[in-house]
Design a protein. Sequence first.
Length: 118
Amino acid sequence: MAKYMILIYGDAEQWESMTEQQWQAHNSGHAAFVAKAGARFLDGRQLENAPTATSLRADEAGRITITDGPFLETKEGLGGYYLLEAADLDEVLELARLLPELNYTHSGLEIRPVVERG
């Protein structure tokens, strides 16, 4: 079994403008995803909006610079993630299709295999 990270991206302004009813429907979609994933679900969390991020970068001399916010100027920011254990990517894709972010044009998903070393 391999581990896969599903990264959830979206426009924070769009999320913030959702009504309580829209949020309930959205959260129901996530609950259905977790239920369907069953034992394959390892972890998942919603993240604070991108402007709350702190970024660290090193220059050529090895000096660390700490800045507020994400590295890139973008409308879409990382909003959450799921960590799954699955037989293959096809299994993860089948589950990912259940996520409500795919019902909005301002959001999307990225799936990456997790590197296991050691």
